[in-house]
Design a protein around this ligand. Structure first.
Ligand SMILES: *Cc1c(COP(=O)(O)O)cnc(C)c1O
Length: 389
């Protein structure tokens, strides 16, 4: 089997070896329950609180503002449901949710659930052709009964980075909690919750070379939040359940390595990304870059090609030794164009021809060269195949 070049780092990343080494002792030797009184418990609690301090420091927060969860999805759910319920409990008129139309399903489907099952009034912000939210539109739509605003920090499908600090400012003026899904952003951009006026911020470790199934939610001190599951008193009673110490240790270590090297890595990746984008646009006709050309994640390139089926192209790429993504959760069978691509105004036909190429720490110039030279022929084959169908 020839080696497959992995170009899907926005889907997940391998766990950094240094992270694995830090995690290992907490599976077997230091296996204690952090809630136990004895020395085993104390040692686990020590690791837990060290990790909490570390994550807090890296986000510009206080340790008491960090809640560990089982991933990005859970962090988003807790932020939306926990805040919406808390706001309504304090004041039953607060039932308006304002979110962008380019959210990950972890936010979109949670907001829709709050609308369908709990009677919240869900409103979508407009976005421009790049999928970016204009803070002025947030200002216009904030109501006296707005319970929560949620805008994704950097989009997973099209890479666009939103002006979160400006949006956060406006929410703060109106005393409305502001949540941002930073699951992609934390892997590539320096994070600071004060600079960006964020009240709630979700991260997940597997997007930045940590393990899957662990995440964190930053909750600003004083921001109203009730638990969404019942149980013990762990995580200040907000997220009951015995903490997963090895994974939490891994998350903290992975976030440290990522955030410490963020600027240098962004520079390298941006150059590589721009090279890839330029070559694809130059060599393949009927190609459109999706997302913002500059204000986008440094590792992220995404396109639509006219006259192709994105899934067909993905399979051709896989057979040729390249692992990429369509950028959306759309699977073979009943292809449904992504909500994000619809929100930026693409026809469903064009949206079905999407491709996402995301680079990582190990991606080389040669990987990009090989990819670009293979892509042109594969797009041609895919187009010819659809013409015959
Ligand atoms: C991956 C991802 C999530 C979900 O995170 P998990 O840890 O996989 O549950 C949420 N939001 C964005 C933007 C993501 O990229």
């Amino acid at each position: 089997m020839t080696k497959t070049i992995y170009l899907d780092f926005a889907a997940t990343t391998p766990v950094d070896e240094r992270v694995v080494a830090m995690m290992l002792p907490y599976f077997s030797e230091q296996f204690g329950n952090p809630s136990s009184v004895h020395v085993y418990g104390q040692s686990a609690e020590g690791a837990l609180e060290r990790s909490r301090r570390e994550v807090a420091e890296l986000l510009g927060a206080n340790p008491a503002e960090i809640i560990f969860t089982a991933g990005g999805t859970e962090s988003d759910n807790l932020a939306l449901v926990g805040t919406a319920f808390a706001r309504k409990e304090l004041d039953c008129t607060k039932n308006h949710l304002l979110i962008s139309p380019v959210e990950h399903h972890a936010v979109l489907h949670t907001a829709q659930l709050l609308q369908r099952r709990h009677g919240f009034d869900l409103e979508f912000l407009p976005v421009d052709e790049y999928g970016m939210v204009d803070p002025k539109d947030v200002q216009r739509r904030l109501r006296s009964h707005t319970a929560l605003v949620s805008v994704i920090y950097a989009n997973n499908e099209i890479g666009t980075i939103n002006p979160v600090a400006e949006i956060g400012d406006l929410c703060r003026e109106q005393r409305v909690p502001f949540h941002t899904d930073a699951v992609q952003a934390a892997a590539h951009l320096g994070m600071n919750v004060d600079r960006d006026r964020i009240d709630l911020l979700a991260i997940g470790a597997h997007k930045f070379y940590g393990p899957k199934g662990v995440g964190a939610l930053y909750v600003r001190n004083g921001s109203p939040l009730v638990p969404v599951q019942a149980g013990g008193g762990q995580e200040a009673g907000i997220r009951p359940g015995t903490q997963n110490i090895p994974y939490i240790v891994g998350l903290a270590q992975a976030l440290r390595i990522t955030q410490e090297g963020v600027d240098a890595r962004a520079q390298t990746l941006t150059a590589l990304r721009d090279d890839l984008i330029q070559q694809v646009l130059d060599s393949i006709s009927g190609t459109l870059l999706t997302g913002h050309p500059v204000k986008r994640l440094p590792n992220h390139a995404s396109f639509v090609f006219d006259g192709i089926d994105g899934n067909d192209l993905l399979m051709r790429l896989d057979m040729a030794g390249f692992a990429c993504s369509s950028g959306s959760a759309c699977k073979v069978g009943a292809p449904k164009p992504s909500e994000v691509l619809a929100a930026i105004g693409l026809s469903s036909d064009l949206a079905l021809g999407s491709l996402r190429v995301t680079l990582g720490r190990t991606t080389s110039d040669e990987d990009v060269e090989l990819f670009v030279s293979a892509l042109q022929g594969l797009v041609e084959q895919s187009r010819a195949c659809r013409m015959r169908a």
